[in-house]
Design a protein around this ligand. Structure first.
Ligand code: ZN
Ligand code: ZN
Length: 301
C-alpha cells in the first residue's frame, strides 16, 4: 500500500477497504458499476454483498436514502463512510449503515461511533464485512459493572445530626460501550442508589473504612407525609427520619460540580441486564451484542 500521505483521503479510505477484504480473503472490486448505482468498493462477500461508498462531500439524507434504495433493491448492503455529519439524521437507523471517518493526524483513520467508542477504520471494516457489527434498537448492560460512589454530608433536618449519603457517579455500560442510566422516578423507590448491589457496596466500604466514621442510616421503606405513601429512601442514622427523594435529588444535582471528596469504586453484579431504547450499530468488544431479550415460552407437551 502506498503511504497514506501520498493519497487523497478518499483514496486512502478506499485502499483500507481493499486491504481489509484482502485480509479476509475476499476479492473486491474498485469503482464498481451496477444497475443505476456505483460503489467505491464492491465486496461480493458470499451472499452478503456490500457496496462501500466513501462520501466526503456533503450529501443530504434524502439523496443518501434514494441511493440506498437502489442497493437494497439489488439485495446489497450499502455502507456509507461520511466525513461530516448528515443533517436531519438524528438517530442511527437499521436501513442505513452510515459511519463517520476521522483523520487522526495522517497516522490513522478512525471510525467515530458517537459516545460509544472510536475504532481503527481497518479493524472496523474487517468486522463490518464479517457481520460483527449489527444494528440493535436497545442497548443492554452487561451484568458486571464498575461503579463509582460519591459520599457527601447531609445534616438531618429533624435532629441535626450529620449523616453521610452517597450517589452513583457512573453510568452503566453495554459491551459496545453505550452509556445506560436506568430509568429513575422520584418517590418510586427505583433510584440507582437504592439497588441492593449498590447498598451492599456502600455498606462494605463503610465497614472496611471504620476510620472514616461514616454515618449512613438504613435504606428502606418509610412513610412520607408529603406524598402520603411509603417509598424506599435514605434516612437518618440517629432518628430514622426520612430524607425525601426531592431533597436528595437536589443535593445530588448541586454536588455534581463540586470536587468529589470521598469516593469508592467497586464491581457490582446487576443480576439482570438493564435495557434502554438506544438505536445503534452495535460493535461489542467481546461478541456480546445488545440483543433484545427474547422471552421463550416453555413448550408444554
Ligand atoms: Zn435525625
Ligand atoms: Zn450495543
Amino acid at each position: 500500500m502506498i503511504h497514506p500521505k501520498y493519497l487523497s483521503k478518499h483514496d486512502w479510505i478506499q485502499a483500507e477497504i481493499l486491504s481489509a477484504c484482502d485480509i479476509l480473503g475476499i476479492e473486491a472490486a474498485r469503482e464498481f458499476r451496477g444497475k443505476g448505482w456505483r460503489a467505491d468498493v464492491f465486496v461480493p462477500n458470499n451472499g452478503r454483498p456490500i457496496a462501500f461508498e466513501v462520501q466526503l462531500s456533503p450529501q443530504s439524507l434524502k439523496k443518501t436514502l434514494e441511493r440506498q434504495a437502489k442497493f437494497e433493491r439489488d439485495g446489497i448492503i450499502g455502507c456509507w463512510l461520511f466525513e461530516n455529519p448528515v443533517s436531519k439524521l438524528n438517530n442511527e437507523r437499521p436501513d442505513l449503515p452510515l459511519f463517520y471517518v476521522e483523520n487522526d493526524n495522517y497516522t490513522s483513520l478512525l471510525v467515530n461511533l458517537g459516545d460509544r467508542r472510536k475504532v481503527e477504520l481497518h479493524m472496523f471494516l474487517e468486522n463490518f464485512i464479517s457481520n460483527n457489527i449489527r444494528f440493535n434498537s436497545v442497548a443492554k448492560t452487561h451484568t458486571k459493572q464498575l461503579v463509582n460512589l460519591v459520599f457527601y454530608d447531609m445534616p438531618c433536618w429533624k435532629c441535626g445530626e450529620m449523616n453521610q449519603l452517597y450517589y452513583v457517579d457512573s453510568l452503566f455500560s453495554s459491551s459496545c460501550n453505550a452509556k445506560i442510566r436506568p430509568k429513575e422516578m422520584m418517590w418510586e423507590s427505583n433510584s440507582t442508589e437504592y439497588r441492593q448491589e449498590i447498598v451492599e457496596l456502600a455498606s462494605k466500604f463503610i465497614e472496611n473504612r471504620k476510620d472514616l466514621n461514616l454515618k449512613l442510616g438504613q435504606i428502606k421503606k418509610r412513610y412520607s407525609n408529603t406524598i402520603e405513601d411509603s417509598y424506599t429512601s435514605f434516612g437518618c442514622y440517629n432518628c430514622d427520619s426520612l430524607f425525601g427523594d426531592w431533597f436528595v435529588m437536589k443535593a445530588k444535582l448541586e454536588l455534581k460540580y463540586e470536587p468529589k471528596e470521598l469516593t469508592c469504586q467497586g464491581e457490582i453484579d446487576l443480576g439482570e441486564s438493564v435495557e434502554l431504547d438506544i438505536p445503534h450499530w452495535c460493535f461489542p468488544n467481546n461478541g456480546q451484542f445488545c440483543e433484545k431479550e427474547i422471552k421463550t415460552v416453555a413448550n408444554k407437551a
